[in-house]
Design a protein around this ligand. Structure first.
Ligand SMILES: Cc1cc2nc3c(=O)[nH]c(=O)nc-3n(C[C@H](O)[C@H](O)[C@H](O)COP(=O)(O)OP(=O)(O)OC[C@H]3O[C@@H](n4cnc5c(N)ncnc54)[C@H](O)[C@@H]3O)c2cc1C
Length: 371
């Protein structure tokens, strides 16, 4: 069997490893000229760490920092909620996305081709053929669209499935900053319509993220000035992290997710990762679910000789579960981005009164899931 994968994100790379590991000839095509190296971190929760190990990708776990905290604070530092992310069997880790990409690619070797943008696909009883923007073509028995939120494969399969903006945008940055200066302030801080997160990475690096309610497609002209206005009065070391981050290391994105799809397959073609179930980042589960998809796809293709049956089994295993993750994450985002002062005060009181084990329960279905 031969597989064609579109997209060298976390999902596509893990899927390529997964399929190669069961003897499927796999070629991965990526539109970018070289591996993605943006200035962002990723939190990989215990479910993703378990899935990486199942794929034999322990190296990707080893590059992570296992000191992530689930604590949520108020803008002035008061602890609102204290989730224990250490009690999950596997560690929860944070990685620099670039480190993760390079680690995954190093194991894949020649099976990845860059500078190849998918334009369309066609299929018949004997196989599936993709056409790239440069006019070249490639064929296989199965096509996996791991091409992200604005997936071209999905657009052809389901043109009406359009990502939806959720009312807020996110900034992300990486900075080298002595961990000792951050003391125990790892975790998230929630304010009025704005949040700030501080996540430790290896080698004294810190990944931070920030969100704020704002109209779609309105990036500020000066990110740091905007961030100082939003977060300048928040507890230490928020301002210092913003100040110390080089401008070119700050990323800005509208936060969108994908309304649930009814199906992910078109005969020999399927979707994986954000292409199938892009979610808001509120549970830190987008990449984690993409890694789980790769495990589920491998298992389905190993168990079913016919491609169509295997893809049905894969969809059956993943569609409902990822829908729940997307919906839960969207709901957490709504609560996290509340801006009305009275509702914020109510939310904060509620969070302080809720026992940690109750908060933890809303993540249990994700963390204990086996793809
Ligand atoms: C602010 C923010 C914070 C986040 N934090 C976390 C977190 O802590 N933990 C977590 O698990 N997730 C997190 N996520 C989500 C995570 O980044 C995504 O879910 C994950 O990267 C999806 O991986 P993917 O491989 O499916 O898609 P992508 O990473 O989008 O990769 C798709 C690839 O396909 C390529 N491509 C697109 N179109 C074509 C084409 N036509 N031809 C060829 N190639 C194509 C793209 O260039 C890209 O390389 C966060 C997201 C955001 C926005």
């Amino acid at each position: 069997m031969k597989a064609v994968i579109i997209g060298a994100g976390v999902g596509g790379l893990c899927a390529a490893h997964a399929l190669q590991s069961i003897g499927i000839e796999t070629v991965l095509y990526e539109q970018a000229e070289k591996p993605r190296a943006d200035g962002a971190g990723l939190v990989l929760w215990a479910n993703a760490v378990r899935a990486l190990r199942q794929l034999g990708l322990d190296e990707a776990v080893e590059i992570g920092y296992a000191g992530v905290s689930g604590t949520i604070r108020r803008w002035d530092g008061l602890v609102l909620s204290n989730n224990d992310v250490k009690s999950l069997g596997e560690p929860t880790i944070a990685v620099h996305r670039e480190d993760l990409m390079l680690t995954l690619l190093a194991k894949l070797g020649a099976a990845a081709q860059f500078g190849k943008q998918l334009a369309s696909y066609e299929q018949d009883a004997s196989g599936v053929t993709v056409t790239f923007a440069d006019g070249t073509r490639a064929s296989g028995d199965v096509l996996i669209g791991a091409d992200g939120l604005r997936s071209r494969v999905r657009m052809q399969m389901q043109p009406n499935a359009i990502p939806k903006y959720r009312g807020y945008a996110a900034w992300r940055g990486i900075v080298t900053f002595p961990h000792t200066k951050v003391a125990s302030m790892w975790g998230e801080t929630w304010g009025r319509g704005a949040r700030f997160g501080i996540v430790p990475l290896t080698r004294d690096r810190i990944y931070w993220f920030a969100t704020a309610n704002r109209p779609a497609s309105t990036p500020p002209s000066d990110h740091k000035a905007e961030l100082r206005t939003l977060f300048g009065k928040w507890h230490a070391p928020v301002s210092a992290l913003i100040d110390e981050t080089a401008d070119e290391r700050i990323l800005y994105n509208d936060i969108a997710d994908l309304p649930s799809l009814d199906y992910w397959i078109d005969q020999r073609v399927t979707l994986l990762g954000d292409a199938a179930h892009a979610t808001t980042p509120n549970m830190g589960q987008g990449a984690c679910q993409a890694i789980e998809d790769a495990v589920a796809l491998r298992n389905a293709l190993r168990q079913q000789a016919r491609v169509s049956e295997a893809l049905k089994a894969y969809q059956e295993r993943r569609l409902d579960h990822t829908r729940k993750v997307v919906e839960r994450s969207r709901m957490i985002g709504r609560v996290g981005q509340i801006s009305n002062p009275m509702l914020v005060a109510l939310r904060n009181s509620f969070m302080r009164l809720t026992p940690a084990r109750v908060t933890q329960q809303q993540f249990d279905f994700v963390l204990s899931h086996h793809p």
